[in-house]
Design a protein around this ligand. Structure first.
Ligand SMILES: C=CC1=C(C)c2cc3[nH]c(cc4nc(cc5[nH]c(cc1n2)c(C)c5CCC(=O)O)C(CCC(=O)O)=C4C)c(C)c3C=C
Ligand SMILES: [Fe+2]
Length: 510
């Protein structure tokens, strides 16, 4: 699927354009069209926050044969590589205070954190989107599911040392990114905002306000965009921005996905190449990309570009490997599904079994949707899938580590931030350079509108739902009522408060 962002924007006022010391994309694809439609500088956003959009995402940016390294010479600035040695202390943009906000999922740090972490996750309407009429059930439902799921999740977290390593790794990435930016003469402060655990996005935003940041680059740490990950974090930011005068005035831009960046692709190819060397016959190894899944309805009904971006990403990595004369067989499958609805296929577990049946003997697993080690690499891939593979006839199993603080990767993130700076607040998307940028940029509102404008109801991943006088409506509505009663009961028992307690029916035994 090809994807183009159809948004049109008028040129920003010249005062919002950055001086020549700005940066622009190093690889320009003339087929990448970003047309913005709004008068979008930061002041106008303040008075008129609604952005008009000509359409939603329709096609993905395909791998463009015309991609060429190229120098920028427009008013937006000349191509600048590292100038750290030349001008070590010069701030790039006058008195502006630049911030970079890294968005990530967050993970429980102790076993006690697991249930409340799961509650936060399932209370997110971008994870479980209930029909409007039943929105009031979101939190009771999240409470119920989190309590039921917690024991299984706790087992997983216990087996990887009692908590998620996500916070430490993300903090380390933030520090490395800060250093890389300073080394490139961009004195920015880097913040970490997690969606479901500490440090929460709200905490990061408070700090950003305390530090009086004037220009913010929002960088989700997910290479590919999904409504359930980057989309959810942007949705939260949107509500925080809307409520706060300071934030409304603060200029910002979002880098919604960056799987197509050369540095990221190269860093992934480096890791794969290195791991392949550990096999006796590297050329016989099946490269097995395993991405975190999403429910199929996210892609098919809500227009989540996740699957298309994932497929392009893998094409680009394989292209890079082919350039290095590595032409192994490869495949992509989706892991970590939750609940009974259909998720993106093929599923990782089923694919491993099939590959075993087809006689493949060596597999190299490549986690592809996340840049840190986490429970799904350390437990699901390293333990569960490895065991399944060995049972299915695979003799040699390897796994590519997550990127973490890999220097090529961090340097590329720094470049992505630097290349986005000319567009912070200015939203210079009518400018030719911006329209052709490989980094599709936009404000939080514009991106959300483009990806998921109506925020349509989706079958939630955990409980299948059907509303209205459809064939199965009675069954499901009956089940909904039973579920509501069950949720209320569970809430009563877990919190010790509610109608039954008020009426003296509970507790049964004093
Ligand atoms: C790109 C990555 C991810 C997508 C897409 C995604 C969608 C998604 N996830 C759930 C449910 C759960 N996810 C959980 C943990 C978890 N998810 C991701 C990434 C993506 N999720 C990561 C990196 C982690 C691990 C964080 C850590 O602690 O290390 C969990 C909790 C763990 C468990 O109990 O299995 C759940 C539950 C849904 C429903 C969903 C799409 C709708
Ligand atoms: Fe997840």
């Amino acid at each position: 699927m090809n994807q183009t962002m159809h948004i049109r924007v008028q040129p920003p006022s010249p005062s919002l354009l950055l001086p020549r010391a700005s940066f622009c994309a190093q690889r320009i694809c003339p087929c990448y069209r970003v047309q913005m439609e709004s008068t979008c500088n930061s002041n106008q956003l303040k008075t008129s926050p609604v952005t008009r959009l000509s359409s939603g995402w329709s096609k993905t940016h395909s791998i463009c044969p015309e991609l060429q390294p190229r120098k920028c010479s427009s008013q937006m600035g000349a191509l600048v590589t590292s100038r750290a040695e030349e001008v070590p202390t010069l701030p790039v943009i006058g008195d502006e205070r630049i911030g970079v906000l890294l968005l990530n999922l967050g993970g429980p740090e102790t076993l006690e954190d697991v249930q409340p972490f799961l509650f936060n996750l399932f209370a997110d309407p971008d994870i479980i989107r209930l029909p409007r009429l039943f929105r009031f059930l979101q939190k009771p439902l999240a409470q119920f599911i989190s309590v039921v799921r917690a024991p299984k999740s706790k087992e997983g977290y216990a087996s990887i040392g009692g908590g998620s390593p996500l916070r430490q790794i993300t903090d380390a990435q933030a520090e490395e990114l800060r250093k890389a930016l300073w080394a490139k003469n961009v004195p920015a402060k880097v913040y970490v905002g997690m969606r479901y655990w500490h440090p929460f996005t709200e905490e990061a935003i408070l700090q950003i306000k305390r530090d009086k940041i004037t220009k913010l680059v929002v960088l989700p740490l997910y290479p590919q965009f999904s409504i359930s990950t980057s989309g959810s974090s942007l949705r939260l930011l949107e509500s925080l921005f809307r409520e706060d005068e300071y934030l409304m005035n603060m200029q910002h831009t979002v880098i919604p996905s960056w799987y197509q960046r050369g540095g990221y692709i190269k860093a992934m190819a480096d890791l794969i190449e290195k791991e392949l060397q550990k096999f006796d016959c590297p050329e016989e190894v099946m490269i097995f990309f395993s991405a975190h899944g999403v429910p199929l309805a996210y892609v098919e009904e809500a227009g989540d570009p996740y699957k298309a971006e994932m497929e392009e990403c893998i094409d680009l990595i394989m292209e890079e490997l082919e350039n290095r004369r590595i032409t192994n067989a490869y495949t992509l499958a989706y892991q970590s599904r939750v609940g009974p609805v259909e998720w993106l296929k093929p599923y990782t577990d089923e694919t491993i079994i099939e590959l075993g049946q087809k006689g493949f003997k060596s597999l190299l697993a490549v986690p592809i949707s996340f840049v840190s080690e986490h429970i799904e690499t350390l437990e699901e891939i390293d333990v569960e899938y490895k065991e399944l593979a060995l049972k299915s006839g695979i003799q040699k199993w390897g796994r590519v580590p997550a990127l973490g603080c890999e220097p090529t990767f961090i340097a590329d993130l720094a470049d992505a931030v630097i290349e986005s700076l000319p567009y912070v607040g200015a939203m210079a998307v009518s400018n030719l350079e911006a329209r052709q940028s490989l980094v599709p940029l936009g404000s939080v509102e514009e991106l959300l509108a483009a990806y998921d404008s109506q925020r349509r109801e989706l079958p939630p991943p955990v409980i299948v739902w059907e509303w209205g006088w459809t064939k199965s409506a009675e069954t499901w509505n009956g089940r909904a009522a039973m579920l509501a009663v069950l949720v209320l009961l569970v809430l009563e028992v877990t919190t010790g408060e509610g109608f039954l307690h008020q009426w003296g029916i509970l507790p049964l035994f004093r």
